[in-house]
Design a binder for this molecule. Sequence first.
Ligand SMILES: O=C(O)CCC(=O)C(=O)O
Ligand SMILES: [Fe+2]
Length: 522
Amino acid sequence: SDYFSSITGLEQLLHTEHTLMSDLNAQLAQARTILKQLEKELAAIEVEHALAARGTENYLTNPINIYRLMKRLHNDWSQLESRAQQMSSQIHFNITQQHYELNFPSQEDVDGAALALVRLQSTYKLDVAQVAAGILNGIKYGTDMSWQDCFVLGQQLFEMEDYNNTKVWLRESMERLRRHQPGQQSSAAEPAIVNSMETVAKSLFQMGDFDTAYELSQRVLELDPSRIRNWHLGDKAAKPSSNQGDESDEDAAAQLQQTDAYKLTQEFEQYEKVCRGEVIASPAQQRPLRCRYTHGHHAYRVLAPLKLEEHHLDPLVVTFHDMLSTQKIAELRQMAVPHMKRSTVNQMRGSSHRMKSAFRVSKNAWLAYNTHPTMGRMLRDLHDATGLDMTYCEQLQVANYGVGGHYEPHWDFFRDTRHYPAEEGNRIATAIFYLSDVEQGGATAFPFLNFAVRPQLGNILFWYNLHRSLDMDFRTKHAGCPVLKGSKWIGNVWIHSATQTFARPCDVYRDNEISEDYQIIK
Ligand SMILES: O=C(O)CCC(=O)C(=O)O
Ligand SMILES: [Fe+2]
C-alpha cells in the first residue's frame, strides 16, 4: 500500500506489471503454436473441399477420398476439438493464484493517485483537456488518456465526493467520446462501462447536475440505443429511494465543509498562487536582497567561499548554493530508500498520535548522522555556514515526494512544549538539503512572505523558525508545493534552540509581537 506517495513504491508496481506481461506473453506464445497447427490442418481440409466443389461426383467416386472423408469426420475432427480445448485450457492466467508474491496497489492507492492528479490540476490551474492529452504546462510528456480513463477518474472522484472535479472529468470523457471516430475499434464499448455511465448519470440527476447527467445519457444512448427501454419503466432499480439520495448529499456537503474549510481561505489561495509563481515580490521587497559570497563562520571558507542567496531578511530565509555533490546525494538517497515509510502528521495538538494524511503526501526515512561520513560533513557544513551549534538537531529526515506529492502550509516549530525535550528547546531553524531537481512544481513556498524557492540539487534552503526571543515566528509558515512532473527528494535538518545562545543572542527587546497576527488562519 501507499504506492502513490513516492516514486520508490511505483517501481515495484512497474515490476508487477512487467511480470504479468511476460507471463501472459508466454501463455499466448504457447497458444499461438497450437493455433498455427490447427490453422494448417484446417487449410488442408479446405483444399479437399475445393477439389470436391469442382465435381462432387468425381470426388466421391474416388475410394481414397471416401476413406479420408470418413476418417476426418470420425477421428480428425474430434482431435481438432480436443486440440482447441487444450489450447483454451492451456491459458492459465490467474493473477491472484500465480502471482501472490507480487505487489498490487490498493483502492487507497488508486484514490491517492486520482487525488494527486486533481490536486495538480487545481493548484496549477491546469486545463483538464490538456492534462488528458498528457500535456503539463505546455509540455507533452506522455500518451493521451482515453475517454474511458477520464470516465473512470470522474467516477472515482464521484465516489470520493469531490463533485466539482467529477463534473470536469466526466465532461472531458464525454468530449473525448464524441470526438472518437465511430470507425475505430473501441466504439463498441464494453457493457460494464456503459452500465457505470448509466449509474453515474442517474446519481448526477438525483443530485441536480442535470447538464452533466443529460450529456452522459446522450452518450450512453449512442453507445447502446437499446438502453432507452430501461429508462422509462420507472422500476425500483433505476430509481434509488430519494430519501437515501438526500441523506448522503447532506453528509457529503458537511464533510466537504469540514475538510475543505482551509482550502477556501484566502491564505490557501495565496499559497496556491505562490506555488504557481503568480506572486512576484515588490521592488521594495526585493531591493535589499543580495546574492553574494560569504565565508560564513569558518576560516577555510575564505578560500572556498559559500554562495549565499537571500530570499528574505526578516525572518531570514537564505539559500546556500552547491553544498552537496551529485555523487554524495546518490549515496544518501540509496541509504534512505530501504527505510522509507509514508509520512505522518501530528493528529492533534497535545496528542502524540501520528497519522497519515492527505495534508502531507510523501515518504520519509530518518537517518542517524553517524550512518555515513557524508552526513557528518553535512552537519559541519551547516555549522560553518550558519554558525549554529549542532548538538541538538534531529536525525536527518530524507523525504521523497512522488507526482502530486505535497506538504500543505505548516510551521516547523512545535506549538506544544510536550513535543520536544525541554533541555533541547524548540526547532530554532530548518535546513532543507535539496537532493534532486524537480522538472515542474515542488517548490518550497512561503505564502506569508510571498515567495517560493525552486528545488535545486545540492542547495540548502535555510531559515529561522523562531524570533531571537525564541518565540515562535508565525510568518515562517511554509509548504512543499505539489510535484507536477518529476520526483522531489529533500533532506531536512531541524536545529534546536538550547545551545544557540552565543550563535544567535537575543535582542535587548522582545521581537515576537511582529508575527503574532499570522497565527490566525485567515
Ligand atoms: O518539501 C518542502 O519543500 C518543505 C518540506 C517541509 O516543510 C517539511 O518537511 O517540514
Ligand atoms: Fe516544514
